[in-house]
Design a protein around this ligand. Structure first.
Ligand SMILES: [Zn+2]
Length: 429
């Protein structure tokens, strides 16, 4: 018992030393942190101050004693700013401003544009200036050893991301996709893809659904810069799947194909208007005048006035003028078999007139309510061998069908996309 006590007593002074040492270390660490914190605070305060008062003459004298040598500024362009006014506001010497202005496209300056500057606070001279000229390009001016500006164009790296979305169509494809935050450009592309095979006003029913896998390009700040291709899409109409796969075969035969390797593109479209923009896709179907019947002999698409109307297929315009009950109308001859008519237009597309050759998808006019019409809509007729036929029942052979080696490469790509899709779905669920 006694023995143990003595041992402990003997150790106490040793422990005491350790404790003292530890305390010393702690105190020094603590005080350095405090010092650093206050230093950081001072710099921050000065930066704020600098940004607030840079218009004042006193700026140089304030900073001459305590300022950090280099000051980095993120300047947000305000209305009325010019490169000249910004730089002179920052007290950059006028001879240097002249040089900088010559090296940059000063006209592209716009509100909310961000200019990064690194300034030598002693001389007021610019060490580095970063000037964005497009969404992905910027000009970097850097002072070299000879005190001259070196000009470099830097392209921001964009990373490709794949986005998968699936949804049920409650009111329209556009609204459902929009609710899932699908970008407008992708919704328009999606509607255009299916415009060949689907009548957007009559083939889509409430609770039909869709799946979509598409590319998105983002920059370092994780902001979307651009949307890319739709890699996969599937419009499920009353239980029937309509899958489409994107195929890029070294830029040959690039496009969307069904699982059998048939191109989505056909000689004529079922919906010669962007389906995404069509108003109230259900309901309209029941309207007596909307849809094909023996008296009507055309298909009507209710859409807001001004919605662009596309040439359903390649062809020559044989009519683009007022045609009585049809109001402003356009007639296109596609080949010896098919012609199409577009009526009630509010106006014609640019340089659309008789004799002009048009490509499929070209804007030939805009939805209106001219002639005998009760509201803005497109009246669309397909004429086969001189007889008006129901565009809904139009069965056209697919444009291109992938064959041989091309088909094999497509199959590989299709399987890859299917695997990718199920991987993403399993990640979500
Ligand atoms: Zn009609």
């Amino acid at each position: 018992m006694n023995n143990i006590y003595q041992k402990i007593q003997a150790k106490i002074p040793k422990y005491g030393e350790y404790v003292f040492l530890l305390l010393l270390i702690l105190i020094s660490v603590f005080s350095t942190t405090l010092y650093n914190l206050s230093k950081e605070k001072i710099v921050n305060e000065y930066q704020e101050l600098f940004e607030n008062i840079y218009f004042k003459q006193t700026v140089n004298t304030i900073f001459s004693s305590t300022q950090p040598r280099f000051l980095s500024i993120k300047y947000l362009v305000k209305s009325g700013d010019s490169l000249n006014s910004i730089l002179s506001g920052l007290k950059v010497p006028s001879d240097e401003i002249k040089i900088i202005v010559k090296k940059l496209p000063s006209k592209i300056i716009h509100v909310n544009m961000k200019i990064d500057l690194l300034i030598d606070t002693k001389s007021g001279k610019i060490i580095e200036l970063i000037y964005p000229i497009s969404r992905i390009k910027k000009i970097v001016l850097t002072k070299n050893k000879e005190n001259l500006f070196e000009r470099k164009e830097v392209v921001t790296e964009l990373t490709k991301k794949l986005v998968y979305k699936e949804g049920i169509i409650r009111s329209s494809l556009y609204k459902s996709a929009k609710n899932l935050n699908v970008e407008d450009s992708i919704i328009v592309d999606l509607a255009n893809l299916y415009g060949f095979q689907i009548d957007f006003q009559r083939d889509i029913y409430k609770n039909d659904s869709f799946e979509i896998l598409y590319e998105k390009f983002i920059n370092e700040e994780e902001k979307i810069k651009e949307t890319g291709n739709i890699i996969f899409a599937n419009l499920i109409l009353r239980g029937q799947k309509n899958p489409l796969y994107y195929f890029n075969d070294n830029n040959k035969s690039t496009g969307h194909y069904d699982p059998n390797g048939a191109s989505v593109k056909k000689a004529l479209m079922k919906t010669p208007i962007n389906g995404a923009r069509l108003s109230s896709s259900f309901g309209m179907r029941k309207h007596p005048i909307l849809g094909y019947n023996k008296l009507h002999r055309g298909t009507d698409f209710a859409a807001p006035k001004g919605t662009p109307v596309m040439a359903s297929g390649d062809g020559i315009i044989i009519k683009a003028r007022w045609c009585g009950g049809g109001g402003n109308c356009v007639k296109i001859k596609h080949n010896s078999t098919y012609q199409t008519v577009y009526a009630h237009l509010s106006g014609f597309g640019r340089s659309i007139k008789k004799g002009v050759r048009v490509k499929q998808g070209r804007i030939i006019g805009y939805v209106g309510s001219t002639g005998m019409s009760t509201g803005p809509h497109l009246h669309y007729e397909v004429i086969k061998n001189g007889k008006r036929i129901n565009s809904q029942k139009l069965k056209l052979p697919s444009g291109k069908i992938l064959k041989g080696e091309e088909r094999k490469r497509f199959e590989v790509q299709r399987i890859k996309v299917d695997v990718l899709k199920s991987e993403i779905i399993s990640l979500i669920n």
